[in-house]
Design a binder for this molecule. Structure first.
Ligand code: NDP
Length: 401
């Protein structure tokens, strides 16, 4: 085994402390005044969790699309967020509006259809969170902006770069904020990996890889539309490969200058008649760094590796909903970093980030322009796979003629 894992308790505590120390300086939980994790790595009791703002101080959010991700993750997160609260519902289902409204105490006066008629006059709602199938993001975002609301939009931002541009233009015209819900930017282990990379603790990063895969299950309603290109906009790349792409660029702090990609859809598998199962792409960077990304709809794995000349950082899992892990390997030692905040806090942090930006009139960490950049690179990846050629990118990530 090239890198012996630290086995002794003393060494383990030392490693854990290092992780706690480094995260304490930057972590969201530190800002929120929480206790550090215990040396054994158990979550600390949240004795000093700051109270939520008074109800009328928490910005009201309306959720558009009451599907799996909205109901299982984002509505609960809005319910426990410090600066945001669920205040409206937008849905095509009267039944869901009734059920979910009752669960969150959101009355009929704040229920809307997708035409959003009347939303403009609803002062309780300041932000609309679009959590619908990908090809609907653009139209719903534009409607919400035209109703005077700020918008958080799920990834991928839209089904095409042209739609992304339309959304950005609408936000500018309305004078409202538009953010893409890249939750991993608020996940403590991803934040720590980025801090380490930016601080030079990994040395010069010459190679990076990221792989995001999950099984596509046609028996689940949420995977039915993912098999349709007109609704999903693409296959595993746009759905989860986007985590590989956006995550690596964010961690490396550099945009690619060229991509070479392949996609594959196994013949005879009905899930993949319109969309790709697997995608692999090589990214080239002006600094000389190279990266390899993949996505797929069969295995179950979400991982990012940063290969520096001083140390290698591995996030595995990298973008799970909970319990992500960061391991740092140097020549003779491997240590696991323990964050004081939990991975689950990414959900509240991402919504509170936008609420804080609205309240303080500051910029957002993942603006529409970032979603557009990613969509342009995705289009270049598909172009490369279709033409079987290396595709060069302009500085704005459009394809070089
Ligand atoms: P679901 O199918 O579970 O939910 C989508 C909801 O959108 C539906 O329940 C429905 O809500 C509404 N909807 C509007 N138009 C349509 C349509 N034409 N077909 C189907 N549903 C429609 O999907 P997910 O919750 O898994 O995904 C929704 C979005 O969230 C996607 O963009 C996805 O990429 C993103 N996502 C992000 C994740 C992350 O980690 N950031 C994780 C999972 C998903 P209603 O019945 O209320 O109208």
């Amino acid at each position: 085994m090239p890198f012996p894992v630290i086995a002794s308790r003393r060494a383990m505590i030392g490693s854990l402390s290092a992780g706690i120390g480094s995260l304490a300086a930057t972590g969201a939980a530190a800002q929120a005044g929480r206790l550090p994790a215990t040396p054994t790595g158990r979550p600390a009791p949240q004795l000093e969790r700051p109270p939520q703002q008074a109800e009328d101080q928490r910005l009201g959010w309306a959720v558009a699309g009451l599907g799996h991700f909205a109901q299982a993750y984002m509505l609960p997160a809005l319910g426990r967020a410090l600066m945001s609260r669920p205040a409206g519902l937008i849905s095509g289902s009267a039944e869901k509006l009734g059920e979910v409204g009752a669960r969150y105490g959101i009355g009929e006066a704040h229920h809307y259809g997708y035409d959003m008629a009347g939303l403009r006059d609803d002062d309780a709602v300041r932000v609309v969170y679009v959590i619908t199938p990908n090809s609907t993001h653009a139209e719903l975002t534009v409607r919400a902006l035209e109703a005077g609301k700020h918008v958080m939009c799920e990834k991928p931002m839209a089904a095409s770069a042209a739609d992304c541009q339309r959304m950005i233009d609408a936000a500018k015209a309305a004078g409202r904020k538009l953010m893409i819900a890249y939750r991993a930017h608020f996940e403590p282990y991803n934040m720590e990996a980025r801090r380490m990379a930016a601080a030079g603790e990994l040395g010069k990063i010459w190679f990076a890889s990221s792989d995001h895969h999950r099984p596509l299950d046609p028996s689940k309603p949420r995977d039915e539309w993912r098999m349709r290109k007109d609704i999903a906009g693409g296959g595993s790349l746009v759905d989860i490969g986007i985590y590989s792409l956006n995550g690596l660029i964010w961690l490396l702090g550099e945009n690619p200058v060229a991509v070479s990609a392949t996609t594959h859809s196994p013949p005879g598998d009905e899930r993949f008649t319109e969309i790709e199962n697997t995608m692999t792409a090589q990214l080239e960077f002006a600094s000389g760094a190279r990266a390899s990304i993949s996505s797929g709809y069969t295995a179950d794995k979400k991982r990012i590796d940063l290969w520096g000349d001083k140390a290698v950082a591995v996030l595995d899992p990298a973008t799970a909903y909970k319990d992500n892990k960061l391991t740092v390997s140097e020549a003779r030692e491997q240590r696991q970093v323990i964050a004081e905040a939990t991975s689950a806090e990414q959900f509240t942090s991402v919504v509170d980030h936008l609420s804080a930006a609205i309240r303080n009139n500051t910029g957002v960490a993942a603006p529409g322009e970032m979603g557009l950049r990613d969509m342009r690179i995705i289009e270049a990846i598909y172009r490369s796979a279709d033409t079987r050629r290396r595709v060069e990118l302009n500085p704005d990530m459009t394809i070089k003629a």
